[in-house]
Write a protein that binds this ligand. Structure first.
Ligand code: GRF
Length: 203
């Protein structure tokens, strides 16, 4: 299966995917890593792994729709089976998410439906939560609103800083996201009518 990965930043989730493909846990090939940020360290990770990279910067397009059309055409040319969002910090247009419906995965650092959007660690701390976590989900036109596939929970301890929680969550992300990609690549995971199914079972 052909995979493309979209990033904006450090790319630790990308790195986990690269390694999972290299060691054949994921039976797929990363065709390209796409970034909307020129300085994303994930681009270096891709280069080190000899994976082609592509940069799409918003300033080169008149609007979001034109940018997403260009990214979409690039992905379509690669005949990608799966689009993995791994810290891609720009909201995709509905035109894009509908064009690739059922083929886009994202990981969001909260126990969705709690804490959509940005700064989830701070949101959880301020809400006095005793646990936090991360969610892999299908992507639709609602931001962080697509069908949930898999979540991992971590505790929040009384003296935790944002960084403490973030690190605990990240450790979980690097475990669960490659697993979900493996399921998709092995044709075990589907989105039907906005719901996620694993081996035909509703998740
Ligand atoms: C992850 O924590 C993910 O949940 C969020 O963005 C972060 C990306 O981190 N969507 P990295 O670039 O994979 O290190």
């Amino acid at each position: 299966k052909k995979i493309v990965i979209l990033i904006s930043g450090s790319g630790t989730n990308l790195q986990a995917m690269i390694e999972a493909c290299e060691n054949k846990m994921i039976n797929g090939q990363i065709m390209a890593v796409i970034s909307n940020q020129a300085n994303a360290y994930g681009l270096e990770r891709a280069k080190i792994a000899h994976i082609p990279t592509a940069l799409f910067e918003r300033k080169h397009y008149p609007n979001n729709l034109a940018m997403d059309l260009a990214i979409g055409d690039f992905i379509a040319d690669l005949e990608a089976d799966l689009i993995v969002l791994a810290g891609y910090m720009k909201i995709l247009t509905a035109e894009f998410t509908q064009r690739f419906a059922g083929k886009i995965l994202n990981i969001h650092p909260s126990l969705l439906p709690k804490f959509r959007g940005l700064n989830t660690y701070q949101q959880a701390l301020e809400a006095g939560e005793t646990e936090h976590g991360t969610t892999v989900h299908f992507v639709n036109e609602q931001v962080d609103g697509g069908a949930v596939i898999l979540q991992a929970k971590v505790p929040i301890f009384p003296d935790d800083s944002i960084e403490d929680i973030q690190q605990r969550v990240k450790t979980q992300e690097l475990q669960i996201y490659p697993l979900v990609v493996k399921w998709f690549v092995d044709d075990r995971l589907k989105e039907i009518d906005g719901k996620a199914y694993l081996d035909g079972q509703l998740l």
